[in-house]
Design a protein around this ligand. Structure first.
Ligand code: URP
Ligand code: ZN
Ligand code: ZN
Length: 492
């Protein structure tokens, strides 16, 4: 290529592609990656990546932004603050929720969230359609139309009074998703068990934040994962199990995948790096770490890493769900709430990649470095892009969007409460990690450099999606659904 024809050349870094890890230059023209190789010609702009890792920008497919929670509380971030924080943490694409509550019209909800994102988002984004009002208008009209318009994933809660769907509603949603080409994402916990335990604990005076962990028994997750898998297998509709927290939950998924059920699953940094003991703090401090499902045990952490290694879990998302430690968030029910009254969720967009990088890459023996760099890219960028059908995202490849994070692998960082979101605290405060994404690029343009954001609110693009391979049913019909085996009844 003639001199100066590239817009940008990232020179001399360790480039992580799906094919392997190599010392190479990477060139960008316009918004796309156009070359990866040795001694590439000059660019109009050059970045020296000597001693740096060049990785795909992260894809975070589970974050709650500017959203009314399951408990009815508005979260702390706007699209601007959340996506700014994502960018500083090396993430260049998010999938957040267009969150319907009861009585809301789904089409209006999507329009409203898209307008908020268009005004504030600094990085590219897509939406999951969160359905909490599966009435005839939603099921027969709005949901099919919105899926076909490019919002190719649907989210349901099996718990939380305000947003929970009943079993028969879940079946409706699975079927509509099958007919129109969407993946169904599920918060899987048994509502009755949580309610029963929560009420008994509070009635007996066990009200401190740490009892939140006790009030969400592992059995609640295990039962709900079993149930949603049974339904998914029955309807033959692919599902994504959100935020798996227990070894047994991962086992149930492994068994289902083993018999050919089309199930995907994710876990999150707080299940990999925290335990229920992190909620056991003086006074109400443990409220910072209240999220659902709760953190579990060290042995679950080991099982979740193993499940990632085995491919039973494919994705590490943040489940960013930010609430401030004040009356707007965690303490919206007053200054002395019981654990049931404290908003569920914590910030995660900015810390997701640095925490996982530290664990997988910085702490790995030298001989495992390349393998672990590829796993890091796979679990945090490539797999979510593939599963949610963002074909230009999540990998460094010719023709892909030039969404790139350049990491300093030896930068030591002690985590403080200073993040770029609007939550005011960092659940991982005090931890020392190594490695940081120092330069972040979206579609060829600098997003973050030298600790500064170079982006305007609203510059992120809404990405509409096709019905990708993850949304396609297997074609194996349950006997009661199959007209060849159900006396000819046509049910799909
Ligand atoms: O506790 C959490 N993670 N709250 C956010 C809502 C959800 O369950 O995904
Ligand atoms: Zn959830
Ligand atoms: Zn969530």
């Amino acid at each position: 290529m003639a001199s100066g024809e590239f817009d940008l050349v990232i020179r001399g870094g360790t480039v992580v592609t799906s094919a392997g890890v190599m010392e190479a230059d990477l060139a960008v023209s316009g918004e796309a990656i156009v070359a990866i190789g040795h001694k590439l010609g000059p660019g109009r702009r050059e970045i020296d990546a000597t001693d740096r890792y060049v990785l795909p920008g992260g894809v975070d497919p589970h974050c709650h932004i500017e959203q009314l929670s399951g408990g009815g509380i508005m979260n702390a971030d706007t699209f601007e603050t959340a996506t700014r924080s994502a960018a500083f943490g090396g993430t260049t694409s998010v999938i957040s929720f267009a969150a319907q509550h009861r009585e809301m019209n789904l089409a209006t909800v999507v329009k409203d969230y898209a307008a908020l994102a268009a005004k504030g988002a600094v990085i590219d984004h897509a939406f999951h359609l969160m359905v909490a009002n599966p009435d005839r208008q939603t099921i027969e009209h709005d949901l099919p139309a919105l899926i076909r318009a490019g919002h190719r994933s649907v989210k349901v809660f099996m718990t939380y009074d305000r947003v929970q769907v009943q079993d028969e509603q879940l079946l409706d949603i699975l079927l509509v998703s099958r007919q129109n080409g969407a993946l169904v994402c599920v918060h899987a916990e048994n509502h009755g068990l949580l309610k029963w335990m929560g009420e008994r604990l509070v009635a007996r005076g066990y009200t401190a934040p740490k009892y939140h962990a006790v009030s969400h028994p592992r059995a609640a997750e295990i039962e709900a994962i079993h149930r949603v898998i049974a339904f998914a297998e029955f309807i033959d509709q692919p599902v994504m199990i959100f935020h798996v927290s227990t070894a047994e939950g991962a086992d149930v998924i492994r068994q289902a995948r083993g018999r050919g059920v089309k199930i995907f699953a994710e876990t999150c940094p707080h299940y990999l790096f925290q335990t229920m003991d992190d909620l056991d703090l003086p006074g109400l401090e443990g409220a910072r770490m209240i999220c659902s499902p709760p953190q579990r045990t060290a042995s679950d952490q080991g099982a979740l890493w193993q499940a990632l290694e085995l491919g039973d879990l494919q994705v590490i998302s943040s489940d960013h769900a930010p609430y401030r430690m004040d009356e707007t968030g965690k303490f919206s029910a007053g200054s002395r709430p019981n654990f049931k009254q404290i908003a569920n969720g914590m910030p995660g967009l900015e810390m997701r990649l640095p925490l996982v990088f530290d664990a997988l890459v910085s702490r790995a023996p030298a001989e495992r470095r390349d393998e672990n760099l590829m796993k890091f890219a796979e679990w945090t960028a490539t797999a979510p892009a593939r599963i949610y059908d963002l074909p230009k995202k999540g990998a460094l490849a010719i023709g892909a969007d030039a969404d790139i994070a350049i990491w300093d692998p030896s930068r030591p960082v002690t985590l403080t409460d200073e993040l770029h979101d609007n939550t005011g605290y960092n659940p991982f405060r005090g931890r020392s990690i190594t490695g940081w994404p120092e330069t972040v690029i979206q579609r060829g343009a600098l997003l973050v450099e030298n600790g500064q954001l170079h982006a305007k609110p609203g510059q992120g693009r809404l990405v509409l999606r096709e019905a990708g391979p993850a949304t396609q049913p297997t074609g194996r019909l349950a006997p009661e659904i199959d007209p060849a085996r159900n006396f000819g009844a046509k049910l799909l």
